[in-house]
Design a protein around this ligand. Structure first.
Ligand SMILES: Cc1ncc(COP(=O)(O)O)c(C=O)c1O
Length: 470
């Protein structure tokens, strides 16, 4: 084969490859419930299969796709599988996946108006839809980022800039012991030391206590420190707990503190009435992280940060090098490259926009409600058995439980590994106040009750076998 030095295919070749890939994706979706929820070979085995010399010559697409399917994708969890209940699943949807293919196929640059006016205009619309859903004022703005970690980093960079003028000395941020690790990492990246993070113990329902926060902030002020930010949870990863957002926002306003809300997985619940009731006060956040690649059914990577004062984004991130002078001409032009950390950025807004347009909000609302209902169904199923007992009841699509006769961490590790190895379903453990527990996150709207029953039956069998043999 002579080298294809233009890296170009003719229309027939493109169609053949494109249709083959679409067929593979459609077939994967059709057969998903019959495939293992997760599977992985060992690192040496995968290294053996995939390591090869840098290929000097190209090879056929059939061979490449076969290798991707057999060695790569078969060794990746199916986070949109109806029985994938571990961590925070990513139920995704086909329209979102096709939107990614479109954005990539048209190679849309979403960093500046001059190169991507249509993309910027559509991102503004989609961000405004998120703003409306979250009840934030018209002054609010936002940006799509890769996920919750980047959304938290972006929100906290804004807090540092707005509240501290970027001077971190003596500043203190407050968070609960249930806060996602990405928040600590973001604070570290932003130059805060561990001693500048005040971690507060939570109440019986794993929520931040405002009295404790008030006492800690008062103590720090009188010691000459500079409290500047509170990070609240709108759905913790561990149990789905929601901090008292309305009370926290009043406290932050009175004390002149920035309120960043991590709603990476839980904020999507504002779509439905029961979620809105649980999330009361969300609308008062100064910055808010939400992850469409979780409970808004988008493929990776789709994160979003909303900011009460939208103008702060450019105020914090904008720099004006001479080689970008041409992008800063029109006063009304919107350059998302000025509003976040990335200059070159893909067109992430398209997938959420297309999904909402195609299915409509009513369908998405029902899909979110389903997540609540499935966790409640799982809770009811667990309560019926004698083998397991509930630790935290269904909340925002999460339920945690323990085995009634086994408590050590090793037992749960073996149980989680045993479930994963069987492939039927995938769930994970976590630790609550020193106790290892099992956890189901049920936000996939295509999960049915039979999936829950099969999963719990299998779990019971495995646990009984382990206790019997142990
Ligand atoms: C509450 C919360 N915040 C932040 C994150 C981090 O999000 P990502 O993994 O998209 O970076 C997660 C991920 O599960 C989360 O549950």
């Amino acid at each position: 084969m002579t080298a294809n030095r233009h890296l170009q295919l003719d229309s027939e070749e493109m169609r053949a490859i494109g249709y083959r890939i679409i067929d593979l994706i459609v077939e994967r979706h059709r057969t998903l419930p019959d495939q293992p929820a997760t599977h992985k070979e060992s690192p040496p085995e995968l290294s053996r299969r995939l390591h090869e010399p840098l290929p000097e010559c190209g090879c056929s697409m059939d061979a490449i796709l076969q290798q991707v399917l057999d060695d790569v994708f078969s060794n990746c969890s199916r986070l949109d599988h109806p029985r994938f209940f571990g961590f925070v699943p990513s139920p995704s949807n086909f329209i979102g996946a096709m939107a990614d293919a479109l954005a990539s196929g048209f190679n849309i640059f979403a960093g500046s108006w001059i190169s991507g006016a249509g993309a910027a205009a559509l991102e503004l619309v989609t961000i405004d839809w998120m703003r409306q859903l979250c009840g934030m004022p018209e002054s609010a703005g936002g940006i799509f980022v890769s996920g919750g970690s980047m959304a938290n980093l972006t929100g906290l960079a804004l807090a540092r800039h707005a509240m501290l003028d970027d001077r971190t000395g003596g500043a203190v941020a407050y968070l609960s012991d249930q806060t996602h690790a990405s928040v600590r990492r973001a604070l570290r990246v932003l130059g805060f030391l561990p001693c500048q993070i005040s971690e507060l113990a939570t109440d019986g329902r794993f929520r931040l206590r405002v009295e404790d926060l008030a006492a800690a902030a008062a103590r720090d002020r009188s010691a000459g420190k500079r409290p500047f930010c509170v990070i609240a949870n709108a759905g913790t990863t561990n149990t789905g707990a929601v901090d008292p957002l309305a009370e926290l926002s009043r406290f932050c306003r009175d004390e002149n503190l920035w309120l960043h809300v991590d709603g990476a997985y839980g904020a999507a619940a504002v779509l439905c009435e029961r979620g809105r009731a649980l999330l009361e006060g969300l609308e008062s956040a100064d910055s808010l992280s939400l992850d469409p690649h979780k409970w808004l059914f988008q493929p990776f990577e789709s994160g979003c940060v909303l900011v009460r004062q939208g103008a702060l984004l450019a105020g914090t991130f904008r720099v004006l090098p001479e080689y970008l002078a041409d992008i800063h001409r029109g006063a009304e032009d919107v350059n998302f490259g000025d509003r976040g950390i990335q200059l070159t950025r893909g067109f992430r807004a398209l997938k959420l926009w297309m999904t909402i347009k195609y299915f409509g909000l009513e369908a998405m609302r029902k899909a979110v409600v389903r997540g609540f209902e499935l966790a409640e169904a799982a809770e009811a199923e667990i309560r019926k058995t004698h083998d397991f007992e509930i630790v935290t009841p269904a909340q925002m699509g999460v339920v945690t439980f323990r085995h009634s006769r086994a408590a050590d961490q090793e037992f749960y590790r073996r149980l989680v590994d045993g479930m994963a190895a069987g492939g039927l379903a995938f769930l994970t453990s976590t630790v609550l106040r020193g106790e290892t527990v099992l956890r189901l996150c049920t936000i996939n709207p295509r999960t049915c009750e039979a999936d829950l029953t099969q999963t719990l039956d299998r779990l019971r069998e495995l646990a009984a076998g382990m206790i019997g043999s142990g």
